[in-house]
Ligand binder design. Structure first.
Ligand code: 9MJ
Length: 698
């Protein structure tokens, strides 16, 4: 980078800006050339990024000065909401797999047999590391990159051109190439960039990716190309699609051509002449795997000679002339030092084994998730056990099995705590009343004030479909929570009071002036009066979304009626009476109100609220008002959800099964057991047409 001190963008005159943009365009182009063509960058990535950022900042200030050859134009325009589909002119291949030396020997023998060549003839293969990323196809027309597409199903992929254009590894234009050229290869993310990205995502509360492959896929499929640009995807070329002139006579020759044109080609590729050579390559790559800095999951062998490739052709979708030799999942032994329990944002308790640090596939593993208590029981993992740890396909590490011979005497079976480690409330597994089986997850029942769940709950509480408090989004909730200002919903309504009383924590917030405070307090104030349905929705009761909240509100009509029922012994019966609330949901609602912490947090909140009743559905003038209706068979005049909504709007309850409480069964063609149940209980059965007449829609 130029060493001369740069003037702040804000202080540039128009003339200086024009000169600076010209200088930056030239400098960036030169760095790109060094980077892509010479493989010899002269500046660090950070310095390079700084140049681009300066260029962008100047362009933002002087948009009329943007040059036609501006480096920022290398980032394509924003694509449409969804990616457009593109058909590959030549299908993108999938490879068959070999998992052993024997599989590999079979592969080579098969080829010789097919060609009718004696066993002892030499065949040349190109051996390549198998990058664990995403295959893409890059189409150049007259040397210009015109299309970047994902593999998709091999025949049809997605148009990700704008994102592909942000990859520094991929040239935007080529000289001395056929008019039509499709270069194919793998987009991937290095271990270092993956770690850096997840670190940033964690800080910003963004999505954490499980492995570099997922991160690369996520980045490439970003709708906003500037997001892809931030994530530093890389590329290796190894194959091709359509071309208007031959690219070479062999795989090896073509890879050399790719390299000459400026594409990264993996430096570890080799030509091999025998199974023994190929195995030596495989072992060599396997040894280097941990230090490569990017994920590979095996090696690929390809017949070098393209004429032979042609003769060999395909078996179904895979070429007969190539195979992927996969690495076995990497395993290592370690000992379990402790089984800890973590509470996720939604209150689910997850047991995690803390093990003595061990390197598996080049990564130091200290923690291994045990997923849930059933999994711990199935594997019978105990503290003190020696365990086999595996990273398969670079997914998160897992415990494969316990080495029972080495179990210490007196090791006790693990028992999951039934109190939440974050707040001490009861943690339970809900029983599914239908199957009688407990749910897999154990959850903390202190929905409203468990600190582990607080941020998620508060975010949900303030969200648009609940309290809809403008200015209290996820980021602010997180910050207020971190500062100890917000712990539970009631705190939201105490903010202004505390601010007025000079609470330092609130007043001293960075970037938080009088105005933003006043604005937030105003939007909070506007929500002190809230509809019953929104309140119920906001509580975050497991299983209860917008529809159920509305259903509950309409049935109970007032908070007092609802709360009184939920606290009473009749709660289950009352919920059961509402058509559309199944047993699982009813149990979840009941559990919520059974938890004393929830009731306490609720009562603290209620002091600040005026809850408006929800009118019961109009019932007076419809003959189906107050009736319980069951729809069965296929409906032809309305969809089932339409029928249900219509019936409910007329004051009917819609139930899922026929009982003696049912008043009407509406049966379409194909009605089965429910029709029999109706007969059994002596319930009136009518056709869909009769139903329409009954509700006044001929
Ligand atoms: C990877 N993933 O590195 C192929 N691949 O060739 C290499 N994939 C491939 N070659 C034809 N090196 C289809 C897939």
């Amino acid at each position: 980078m130029s060493k001369r001190a740069s003037k702040a963008v804000e202080q540039l005159t128009e003339e200086e800006a024009r000169a600076e943009l010209a200088r930056l365009a030239a400098e960036i182009v030169e760095h790109d050339r060094l980077y892509y063509l010479e493989d010899a960058p002269k500046v660090s990535d950070a310095d390079y990024d700084a140049l681009r950022q300066r260029n962008n900042a100047i362009e933002a200030r002087f948009p009329e000065l943007i040059r036609v050859d501006s480096p920022s134009e290398r980032v394509g325009a924003k694509p449409a909401e969804r990616f457009e589909k593109v058909r590959h002119t030549v299908s993108m291949l999938s490879l068959g797999n070999a998992f052993s030396e024997e599989d590999l020997a079979d592969f080579v023998a098969r080829i010789k047999r097919f060609l009718n060549w004696p066993d002892d003839t030499d065949l040349i293969f190109v051996s390549e590391p198998k990058i664990d990323g995403l295959a893409v196809s890059l189409r150049y027309e007259k040397g210009k990159l015109v299309l970047g597409a994902t593999r998709g199903d091999g025949a049809e992929g997605e148009n990700v051109t704008a994102n592909i254009k942000t990859l520094r590894d991929i040239p935007q234009s080529l000289k001395g190439v056929p008019d039509i050229l499709e270069v194919r290869g793998e987009v991937y993310m290095s271990h270092a960039d993956f770690a850096g990205m997840n670190e940033r995502q964690e800080k910003e509360g963004g999505k954490i990716f499980a492995n570099p492959r997922n991160a690369a896929a996520g980045s490439l499929r970003q709708l906003d190309p500037s997001m892809t640009a931030k994530r530093l995807l890389r590329f290796f070329a190894y194959s091709w699609g359509e071309f208007s002139e031959p690219l070479g006579a062999s795989q090896w020759e073509i890879l050399q051509a790719f390299r000459k044109w400026g594409f990264p080609v993996n430096p570890l590729i080799r030509q091999c002449r025998s199974v023994a050579d190929m195995l030596a390559f495989y072992n060599d790559i396997q040894h280097q795997r941990a230090s490569l800095g990017y994920d590979i999951d095996g090696v690929v062998y390809k017949i070098d000679d393209l004429k032979l490739q042609d003769r060999l052709g395909f078996v179904s979708r895979s070429p007969r002339w190539a195979i992927a030799h996969k690495f076995p999942a990497e395993q290592a032994e370690s000992t379990v030092e402790e089984i800890a329990v973590y509470v996720g944002r939604t209150g689910v308790l997850t047991p995690v084994a803390h093990i003595a640090p061990v390197t598996v596939g080049g990564v130091v593993v200290r923690n291994v998730t045990l997923h849930n208590e059933d999994e711990v029981a199935r594997k019978d993992v105990r503290v003190g056990d020696t365990v086999v740890v595996q990273r398969a396909g670079d997914v998160i590490p897992q415990i494969v099995r316990v080495v029972l011979e080495r179990r210490p005497k007196g090791a006790k079976p693990y028992k999951m705590p039934d109190i939440c480690p974050a707040c001490g409330s009861h943690a339970s597994r809900q029983i599914n009343p239908k199957t009688g089986e407990p749910e897999v997850a154990r959850r903390c029942t202190n929905t409203l004030s468990c600190p582990a769940q607080a941020v998620e709950r508060l975010r949900h509480f303030a969200a648009r479909d609940a309290f809809d408090i403008e200015g209290l989004g996820e980021k602010t909730v997180q910050e207020f929570f971190d500062d100890g200002i917000l712990k539970e919903p009631a705190d939201i309504f105490r903010l202004e009071e505390r601010y007025a009383a000079g609470d330092k924590a609130i007043a001293a917030r960075e970037g938080w002036g009088e105005q933003s405070a006043a604005k937030l307090f105003k939007s909070i104030d506007a929500r002190r009066k809230i509809g019953l349905d929104r309140l119920i929705m906001a509580l975050g009761i497991p299983q209860v979304g917008e529809t159920t909240a509305r259903l509950l509100a309409r049935n109970f009509q007032s908070w007092d009626a609802f709360y009184a029922s939920m606290k009473s012994d009749n709660a289950m019966a009352d919920l059961d009476d509402i058509g559309g609330i199944g047993d699982v949901m009813a149990t979840a609602i009941k559990n919520f109100f059974d938890e004393a912490h929830n009731r306490e947090a609720l009562e603290r909140l209620l002091k600040y609220l005026e809850i408006t009743d929800v009118a019961a559905p109009k019932t007076s003038d419809s003959p189906v008002a107050g009736k319980t209706v069951v729809f069965t068979g296929s409906l032809e005049l309305m969809t089932r959800s339409e029928a249900k909504a219509r019936a409910e709007s007329l004051g009917a309850k819609v139930a899922g099964s026929v009982s003696k409480k049912t008043d009407i069964v509406v049966a379409g063609p194909g009605a089965g057991s429910k029709l029999k149940d109706a007969e059994k209980h002596g319930v009136t059965v009518i056709s869909e047409e009769d139903w329409m007449k009954l509700i006044g829609t001929p």
